[in-house]
Design a protein around this ligand. Sequence first.
Ligand code: ADP
Ligand code: ADP
Ligand code: MG
Length: 669
Amino acid sequence: MFKKILIANRGEIACRVIKTARRMGILTVAVYSDADRDALHVEMADEAVHIGPAAASESYLVAEKIIAACKATGAEAVHPGYGFLSERASFCAELEKQGIVFIGPKPKAIMAMGDKIESKKFANAAGVSTVPGHLGVIEDAAHAEVIAGGIGYPVMIKASAGGGGKGMRIAWNEAEVRDGFERASSEAKSSFGDDRVFIEKFIVEPRHIEIQVLADAHGNVVYLGERECSIQRRNQKVAEEAPSPFLDEKTRKAMGDQSVALAKAVDYQSAGTVEFIVDRDRNFYFLEMNTRLQVEHPVTELVTGIDLVEQMIRVAAGEPLALAQEEIRLDGWAIESRLYAEDPYRNFLPSIGRLTRYRPPAEGRTGNLVVRNDTGVFEGAEISMYYDPMIAKLCTWAPTRLEAIEAMGRALDGFVVDGIEHNVPFLSALMKHPRWREGRLSTGFIAEEYPDGFAPMKPDRTEEATLAAIALSASLIETNRRERFADRLRAASGTLREHWVVKTGDSHVAVRLIDGLVTIPFDMEMAIEGENSSVVTDWRPGDPVWSGTVGGRNITAQIRPVLNGLRIDWQGLSVTAKVLSPRHAELDRLMPVKLPPDTSKLLLCPMPGLVVSIAVAEGQEVKAGETLAIVEAMKMENVLRADRDLVVSKINAAAGESLAVDAVIMEFA
Ligand code: ADP
Ligand code: ADP
Ligand code: MG
């Protein structure tokens, strides 16, 4: 076994690999860029080597620097994680030449599977079912039209070198094929430096289901069941699960057998994933093979009990697989939520900055539930604009799917992230969504269920009652402490008001305290809008997480002080609550509603970022949908478009300028 390995990656995946290496008694070397001097993976590793500036193209993507770091530290092998150099055959070949082991497949397999056209041909030859389509390069738009007509609409136009959901277009008719061809090939050219595209049938109501395979250098290949990753936004995965609620034993076995056949056909070794698209009749078609560890691998680990990174390291060291297919059992259900630094209320625009508070829920097993959180950040860390906006991967495991979903909902409710915007409200709302809970999924789920984007949800009457109970209990506990701070816990109840009104959002909820005694921990009978309910919590002032029971139901919510009240975040709801006396509530109703300032004549910068270009000039008339400016943050160019016909009156920013969130880029007449 290796004595020392280097991890050629950053963030959560670097930390995740280090954990397993340490458990196996292997020393670890981290590499880091200027932006990652204080990163968690650097702290966790036994040694760390600085490899250059923040831009990945000058650090994490430079093979020579990684190889030099191996030589300097005596690392015998390299784990590439995902992204970066993980699927670059030339890197893998160069390591081999230098006598350093690549913890992954051989260059030949990476090459065969790296190109979508080539891999589809390979899959066909290995007897794997592929999406019906044309197995060759499309010459031009006219050729695209002919091919699409032959396949039958709708079709998908794809970049052969594509990845990460880029260079892909759906077309429902001839005009869309022509346009889609142009756009897919130019996107492919700019993203991958390779403009070859091909066309295949677009599978309607598709589900993304993938098979995890594991192979050694001695010809043994097994599959570790499937993961379903149908919850996607713009062809990028957001939440995943294992197993899939859609597969039966027969389909699972057929997909597993075909994946093993493909792995054998390319002499695969290490962990890999064969991705399929599955139609509503459970016909499945090969999409691509990812020749690396997958982001969502933890859900497979949770249902199989197998550590995939350990297996990758053992295979790379030449050990034969210790597992036979019959020994692999799928037990229970696991869900993964990807926490991203992005603002769900602003069309998921990236958000960067310092994590002023970062407190993930406790990991580990409690009874029949498991919580796992893979992360690369810590409280006080900076989410920079240079890399992936992923903060953490939160996973839960339980015996059944619904229990795992419930556990995920609670874990998200208790996940405290302050300082940046994040998608926890969206993920929480997803866990409550009836269609998700029923497992009626397709890759179009998010687009279909949230056609106008994600808006803050409105609480119903029952939820308002719960929010009122949380707000009132917190307020009573705080007042009690303020008044009796030096005393012993138990407060006299003599002066406590009996009738209260809790304003949650725009609604007023009447609450009567039945036994007006504030104890710590808090335990009180209340009549909320006439319904009796006991409210129990051990919440203490200053704690951002309120957990307890309302009417016997377990609740975890987050509360933060805001002007004259509290903001409560719970299950995707975000509500400002004010605790008032009935008299104050009456006065409050008479207060004029303060309208937010009118920003309709301004183009505001939606996130902190760099102005790439300003597309218009002062005095210019612009039509709805036209580009106004492009702002870059987190490796992504965000095109800011006119939401209606406008005339530009003043421009306040120029290309190359760094802007804060809400900075005024331009003004309209
Ligand atoms: P997964 O199925 O593991 O989520 P993805 O295709 O989403 O796989 O990619 C995982 C990571 O690799 C992401 O960070 C993604 O941005 C990156 N990635 C994948 N393919 C490419 C590519 N061809 N070029 C650049 N980045 C890529
Ligand atoms: P990438 O390399 O970018 O991950 P994939 O080929 O794996 O590209 O496709 C990414 C996603 O696009 C899939 O998960 C699926 O949602 C969608 N997709 C790809 N091909 C098809 C198809 N033929 N029909 C329907 N959806 C597709
Ligand atoms: Mg894919």
